[in-house]
Write a protein that binds this ligand. Structure first.
Ligand code: ADP
Ligand code: ADP
Lengths: 250, 250
């Protein structure tokens, strides 16, 4: 008989919670969340990822966890572990098919995120990364109101159109009193394979400008790298070797 | 004295409503919505765009309408007209600054979209294009439940990661009995400026595969074109000259 009716939340011991947000979709939030967690795991830290993108989750696929299932115990749900031992919880780990649609309105989305925080046995972690969906609606609101977030990392791409929407997310973090820990520019340039010349496909870098607006440092600039897209599609993001994120995991 | 207390909805005469969706952010929904409306306008059709992305609107900026304001009459709100006469309604046209955050939960998002449909004097249009945000939550649900959508155009990029999330949107359309009119692949390849060689930065095309899953035709494949990003950032999308969309406007 288990006399201790502890809830997972009472058992979990999580050092920091870092949310990765952008407001704008497709800029590389999930990628940055994955690379950040890998860099921390390589330093021997205990890391988990809470995939708060309920209608468009990418984390399980990036880590090759398609088809894996979380296991349950009396106390709570155990996250699925990646090859490097990163704990992952995502709606895609409980759907029958990874491309099944989750057609929910805001309240259910908020509830699912709260369950990922309260009912999952994350155990002892140095850092839990929360991968946020695009927008400034239910998901980021629930995360910032219900989870003790230490800070956010803001991801953007060089287009002014994207930067404008990302500034909305920065304003949201400020209004919710959540510190911006740093900014990351993704798809900053593409290096031509033959000549080594750099092309700025999406315009000039906005790294310094966005860091200034955020009042935080530019943690990394990631080039467009076909190898990255390939590793994500094959579920092998843990094999990406680059020093891009060592500075991020400071 | 105006004896006719007509609501805009009773006055409007809209031929087709076409929603542009993807489920995944950053694949080019707003771009395709803009190019589709421009191609139709060039054929002399009456066209409008309802920007249903309440927390991440891009349409006003693409058309250079930053700072423009919709005007109101007794009967309803008049959309802002682009240079080519395309009527646009977006939350960014009523915010004080384009990068102000709209921090709303689902119910308010749904309500705003309904107001864009019911309270705006669209007038006589051959086609109203609805630009949907990422996800399968409140915004697409409200659009598919409250607006007589003739069909959806699905936008995707070649990455398997993106395609998996886009298939969720296709499943949503099918479950909601909204026909898929066609699919558009964006960022299919990049043409090297010097050699004219094509590079598939995000992997091999999934055009045929996605068209087959959708049960619809592949309407267009758009290359990564720095000129496109530049025109969007400068608010000059109406100057993009390409035959990409003539087939789309069929
Ligand atoms: N720097 C990059 N180089 C190549 N592909 C990238 C890069 N950043 C992101 N991608 C790819 O683009 C897609 C979108 O990235 P993702 O992290 O899912 O964005 P978000 O979470 O912001 O929607 C993914 O398929 C990913 O593999
Ligand atoms: N084929 C393309 N070539 C160059 N830039 C593109 C292309 N498609 C989209 N973009 C740019 O990428 C960004 C994302 O496009 P957008 O239409 O806003 O995507 P979504 O509406 O799916 O989030 C915009 O800044 C846009 O200008």
């Amino acid at each position: 008989v288990n006399f201790i009716e502890a809830k997972p939340n009472e058992v979990n011991d999580i050092g920091y919670v870092v949310a990765v947000m952008s407001g704008k979709g497709g800029v590389g939030k999930s990628l940055v969340a994955a690379l950040l967690s890998i860099a921390l795991a390589r330093q021997g830290k205990g890391v988990g990822i809470l995939d708060a993108d309920i209608t468009g989750p990418s984390i399980p696929k990036m880590f090759g966890l398609t088809g894996a299932r979380p296991s349950g115990s009396d106390t709570g749900i155990l996250p699925v572990l990646s090859r490097m031992g990163i704990g992952v919880m995502s709606i895609n780990l409980v759907l029958e098919h990874e491309d099944d649609a989750v057609i929910w309105r805001g309240p259910l989305i908020g509830k699912a995120i709260q369950q990922f925080w309260e009912d999952v046995l994350w155990g002892q972690l140095d850092c839990l990364i929360v991968d946020l969906p695009p927008g400034t609606a239910d998901a980021p609101l629930t995360v910032m109101q219900s989870i003790p977030v230490s800070g956010v990392v803001i991801v953007f791409t060089p287009q002014e159109l994207a930067a404008m929407v990302v500034r909305k997310a920065m304003k949201m973090a400020k209004q919710m009193n959540v510190p911006i820990l740093g900014v990351v520019e993704n798809m900053s340039y593409f290096t031509l394979p033959d000549t080594g010349k750099r092309l700025e496909l999406f315009g000039e870098s906005k790294g310094d400008e966005m860091a200034k607006i955020a009042g935080a440092s530019l943690l990394a600039q990631i080039p467009i790298d076909p190898e990255l897209a390939r590793l994500c599609d094959r579920g092998e993001i843990e094999r990406y070797s680059s020093d891009v994120f060592d500075s991020l995991a400071q």
